[in-house]
Design a protein around this ligand. Structure first.
Ligand SMILES: Nc1ccn([C@@H]2O[C@H](COP(=O)(O)OP(=O)(O)OP(=O)(O)O)[C@@H](O)[C@H]2O)c(=O)n1
Ligand SMILES: C[C@](O)(CO)[C@H](O)COP(=O)(O)O
Length: 383
């Protein structure tokens, strides 16, 4: 499959989640380490074939949009009184620079697997509309006053999921004429004569609707959780100078560190640990020392790249443990600032980063004050 972005996504999140209860609209409630909304958004933002994401929020929630607006690939717009009105608002936001196709997704389906998104996008290369569904497997009854009054044939029946995908112009025109109470975009498209293909859905793509769905979603998340560990080790020798840069913090010293970049041995070890956890080689693979572009480069460039790669692969940094090995300079007074800087670069909480130091008791090259060594361990957790 070609990995070029071909589609935009509209995530409708303007509902109030009344059936879920809980005092807070369901999209803002926590799920795993983050919120329902953050899971749904990440599934699309990190998909290589989705170029832009429009998030449709309730007018009362627009104050929550600031974090999302910081991302150039995201737009946030106000929704309407019904799901269809919210979708229309999302589609309007894309009008000025219309994509080839658009995937419309409920924020209430936070665990949509990447393969479901792939199948919808793939089907849209030949179909005008495509949406995931799972076949009905249970017998179907009609109930009247607590008793079974009739049965229905289940063959040919499907349970509809999202994202529902369409060629942009087709769904924009269909929504312009839509019944405001249409249950979903497939109904809107069909009413306008758009043909919609069914692609294979997934039971994990549940819609959080009632209070019990949170526990189901947490269980799915736990079963899916993938934790990766990586380690990084680096050494830089001392040279003439009056200070060193460690984890991005300038520390006065009677020596400097020698290296092709800024020789930030601590940041290099952390960066290599992240690349290691992703099985992505090391800094040298991504930023060859033979390339003059990286001569004297600030090492946060490398760490930011590793952080972006982590996100793109669907992980977040769980924690970092870094040990610097040197006789001098003294690390203790700077350790908190170093940890805070690493956390800031990676966009994680400072209490997920530990920076500590040890001497080598006068032994070996650190003991002879010939240089500094650093070793780091990181965990990456699937989102
Ligand atoms: N005016 C509306 C109503 C719904 N939605 C979105 O449409 C999706 C499906 O709706 P549903 O699961 O019914 O969510 P809520 O309307 O929030 O739930 P409830 O009906 O329990 O209040 C959700 O992502 C919801 O945020 C929307 O964007 N705008
Ligand atoms: C669009 C949808 O997710 C398809 O299953 C669903 O219809 C939306 O939720 P609602 O509960 O019907 O509003």
């Amino acid at each position: 499959m070609n990995d070029q972005p071909t589609a935009a996504a509209v995530i409708v999140a303007a509902g109030r989640g009344t059936r879920a209860g809980g005092g807070l609209p369901k999209q803002w409630r926590s799920l795993g380490a983050t919120t329902v909304a953050a899971h749904a958004i990440a599934a699309f933002r990190h998909h290589p074939r989705i170029g832009r994401v429009v998030l449709v929020l309730h007018p009362d929630d627009m104050g929550l949009a600031a974090g999302w607006l910081a991302h150039p690939d995201m737009m946030v717009v106000e929704g309407g009184a019904t799901r269809a009105a919210s979708v229309r608002s999302g589609l309007q936001a894309l009008e000025a620079d219309a994509p080839f196709s658009v995937l419309i997704h409920d924020v209430a389906r936070p665990l949509v697997p990447r393969a479901v998104i792939d199948r919808v996008i793939e089907a849209l290369s030949t179909a005008e509309g495509a949406a995931p569904a799972v076949p009905v497997v249970d017998a179907l009854w009609v109930g009247t006053e607590g008793r079974v009054s009739d049965t229905r044939e289940r063959a040919g029946l499907w349970r509809a999921q999202t994202p529902q995908g369409f060629r942009f112009a087709a769904i924009r025109d269909a929504h312009a004429l839509a019944d405001p109470d249409a249950p979903d975009d497939v109904a809107v498209a069909r009413a306008a004569g758009v043909d919609v293909s069914i692609v294979e859905g997934d039971e994990r793509n549940l819609k959080i609707t009632g209070p019990a769905d949170f526990a189901r979603a947490e269980a799915i998340l736990r079963a899916e959780m993938d934790i990766r560990m990586g380690n990084g080790f680096d050494v830089h020798a001392f040279t003439e100078g009056d200070g060193v840069t460690l984890c991005g913090i300038e520390v006065a010293h009677d020596r400097a560190l020698l290296g092709h970049s800024d020789a930030d041995v601590g940041m290099h070890a952390v960066t290599d640990a992240i690349y290691g956890a992703l099985a992505e080689g090391d800094i040298g693979r991504h930023f060859p020392p033979s390339d003059p572009e990286w001569k004297g480069a600030a090492s946060d460039i490398f760490l930011r790249h590793a952080g972006k790669l982590t996100q793109a692969r669907g992980y977040r940094v769980g924690n970092i443990d870094l040990t610097l090995i040197c006789e001098a300079p003294k690390i203790g007074p700077h350790a908190d600032a170093m940890a805070a800087n690493l956390a800031d670069i990676l966009g994680i909480a400072p209490d997920r980063v530990s920076v500590k130091a040890t001497t080598s008791e006068g032994l070996g090259f650190p003991g002879r004050k010939e240089g500094i060594a650093a070793m780091a361990t990181v965990t990456l957790i699937s989102e």
